[in-house]
Design a protein around this ligand. Structure first.
Ligand code: ZN
Ligand code: ZN
Length: 327
């Protein structure tokens, strides 16, 4: 993520709607990826700014949409007459804006469902009804299908995520991580399937047959033995598509965090500009060691609870070539 400043010089964050020093109202312009002071701009604010969602994104003056580029990707939200769902929606949108920022910054196509009715991107934030005695069905599963990303709205609750993480023996579980993962399935359809990259995908990630069976097997019998040698996470060992989505999410974690570190002067800009992937990975290793050491000093869990095997780095390099067009 870039680093942002108000016109007064004060450092401000991506989520801010006003400067904490001079109180100027602020908004984020997704076309330039910059924070701007509203009084000095002709841009319009997102319709969800003065709402519990509190979106700070802006809309070009000539654009007739009521909501910003990120908010209008959302197709369904959980029932808003239930107070906890209002908070959940806000948490989910906040993480989604970070996802959309990264996608735009990396130059990836972000085509909405209204632009492409069959395969455009849309988000359904759905509430699970399994604890509601009046509703016998409608279980919600986080996933992706033909551009529609479904996220179980309860993932916005920290207590739920911690419990699920421990039950499933995961190392990392965040809303942003879920969204990055599901975007991986979307971009697999867009960029890999039926493309010149497909055969290399298969040679690196494997044959993607029997998806259902593979997932059933994973949930019944657990991850592949020694999964760490070939996969970024245990779940990635369930099937090549999940391996791809997990590795893709990881690539987005790396690129966003490296940008933040560069903006704060922890990494030299030349190292990133040269974008030699090997060098990038060396910088990443140093940075993550530091992040974990800092977290431990604060009595927190590791910020980066992963180790990158050689095979995982080869997969990440493939994604880097696909997205950036160089290695
Ligand atoms: Zn200011
Ligand atoms: Zn918005």
């Amino acid at each position: 993520m870039k680093r942002f400043h108000c016109v007064c010089g004060q450092e401000v964050f991506f989520e801010d709607k006003a400067c904490s020093y001079c109180n100027n109202p602020l908004g984020f312009n997704p076309d330039t990826l910059k924070m701007v002071v509203l009084t000095r701009s002709t841009l319009r604010t997102c319709g969800l700014r003065d709402h519990a969602v509190g979106c700070n994104w802006l809309i070009a003056a000539g654009d007739s949409h009521k909501q910003c580029r990120s908010c209008r990707l959302t197709r369904t939200v959980p029932a808003q007459d239930i107070p906890i769902n209002v908070r959940r929606w806000s948490v989910l949108e906040s993480a989604k804006r970070r996802l959309v920022y990264s996608l735009i910054a990396l130059g990836l196509p972000v085509v909405s469902r209204t632009q492409d009715l069959n395969y455009g991107l849309a988000f359904d934030f759905l509430e699970d009804q399994r604890t509601n005695p009046l509703v016998k069905k409608s279980l919600v599963y986080t996933g992706h299908h033909n551009g529609v990303i479904t996220l179980h709205a309860v993932e916005a609750d920290e207590a739920h995520r911690v419990t699920a993480r421990e039950q499933l023996n995961e190392r990392y579980r965040t809303v942003l991580g879920h969204l990055r993962h599901e975007s991986g399935h979307y971009y697999w359809d867009k960029l890999i399937h039926n493309s010149a990259w497909y055969s290399r995908f298969r040679s690196l990630f494997g044959d993607e047959e029997n998806y259902r069976q593979a997932l059933d097997y994973y949930y019944a019998c657990g991850p592949a033995p020694h999964w760490q040698k070939r996969h970024i996470s245990a779940y990635a060992s369930s099937h090549p598509w999940e391996d791809w989505a997990e590795t893709w999410a990881h690539y987005l974690h790396i690129m966003d965090t490296l940008e933040t570190a560069t903006e704060f002067g922890l990494i030299q800009q030349d190292a990133v500009d040269a974008s030699g992937f090997t060098l990038l990975m060396q910088e990443w290793r140093q940075l993550t060691l530091m992040m974990n050491a800092l977290n431990r000093s604060m009595g927190q869990r590791d910020a980066y609870p992963f180790t990158l095997s050689r095979q995982v780095i080869v997969k990440l390099r493939f994604i880097h070539q696909l997205v950036i067009g160089s290695d």
